[in-house]
Design a protein around this ligand. Structure first.
Ligand SMILES: [Zn+2]
Length: 119
């Protein structure tokens, strides 16, 4: 795979990584034990009943947001890892090269179009 292209994808992935980490840390604390693992903070709006109810609702929302963002962040981390060890752009399943257009649209892709159909 073209070095220039990989460099471009790496920059894009690092940008996504920073953005995801930023979003996560706005409502969650990073775990000290594991990198890119976050724990949603319980919000504190006040002691009134309606404030407490909003806290619980927001906490639930943030928990599912945390899960989604962590999942995406995990994929970005894996892609960056693959750039480091030189396996970036190869399909995880059939070892064919992943289409450049697919990587451009989704730099963290680890499966080619064909294999992705069966996931
Ligand atoms: Zn494949």
């Amino acid at each position: 795979m073209d070095k220039e292209f990989i460099k471009k994808m790496e920059e894009e992935l690092l940008k996504q990584q920073a953005k995801l980490r930023g979003e996560l840390s706005s409502f969650a604390d990073e775990s000290v034990k594991k990198e890119d693992d976050y724990n949603t903070r319980f919000p504190n709006y006040g002691d009134k009943d309606e404030e407490n109810a909003t806290e619980v609702a927001d906490f639930q929302d943030n928990l599912s947001l945390e899960k989604n963002l962590e999942k995406t962040l995990g994929k970005v981390d894996i892609a960056l890892e693959r750039i480091k060890n030189g396996t970036y752009g190869k399909c995880d399943k059939c070892a064919n090269e992943i289409d450049v257009a697919r990587l451009e649209a989704f730099p963290a892709a680890v499966l080619c179009m064909e294999c992705n159909k069966f996931v």
